[in-house]
Design a binder for this molecule. Sequence first.
Ligand SMILES: C[S@@+](CC[C@H](N)C(=O)[O-])C[C@H]1O[C@@H](n2cnc3c(N)ncnc32)[C@H](O)[C@@H]1O
Length: 235
Amino acid sequence: MFTKSAPFYDAIYAFKDYEDEAERLRAMIQARVPSSEVTLLDVACGTGLHLQYLKKQYAVEGLDLDPNMLEIARRRCPGVPFHQGDLVAFDLGRRFEVVMCLFSSIGYAKTLARMQQAVLTMARHLCPGGLLLVEPWLTPDVFETGRFDARFVDEPDLKIARITTTSREGALSIIDFHYLVGTSDGVAHFTERHEVGLFTHDQYLDAFRAAGLAVDFDPDGFIEKGEFEGGAKTP
Ligand SMILES: C[S@@+](CC[C@H](N)C(=O)[O-])C[C@H]1O[C@@H](n2cnc3c(N)ncnc32)[C@H](O)[C@@H]1O
């Protein structure tokens, strides 16, 4: 889904303060996870923008489906293990104190059954007493169709206009991205269609509980859409 836009992801999302988000994650982890040597897995890690900061304190690993996003993440975070895999069904054969899935990436599971499977898969990678953090996508009642949005990048060597439109097919939100990208090579136009599942908060809560996690939703979470915090039982 991000295959064509991966080289421009960091420029498009330059407005997001990943360092501050990592700082808030650290405070949350410190408050919830007693271990002094925290291992952390970032599921749908993208270009490694959170991990570049978190790796200073924790033993981190990342997983993403898109090889182009992973290539940028590997360059950004040398020495950090990155895995190509689907957040719905992966098996790294080990467990982590913290597993997180941020910036609404869980929505790429698309269907309710696959979202439940993704939560179960992430829960299976948690140590006893570990913490699962999921920042959800929009819920079905607040997602608006027929919206359009524009974002612009105006750097000396890179100009981007990205226009987005939204539609919906049942519980699937559809975001069509139109990119116009100007570089010294000329101007390129391409489109990307993202299909992102719309799940209610109760559906997320049920998925956490079904995976054996005690769960809370913090609407004032550390990023814009709040986050679900699931704790794995201690043995
Ligand atoms: C909105 S980006 C978020 C990236 C990163 N977590 C961040 O905060 O910048 C969504 C990410 O989900 C990844 N993704 C989409 N579908 C996926 C799947 N089925 N399994 C794993 N990663 C997936 C995309 O490649 C992309 O890197």
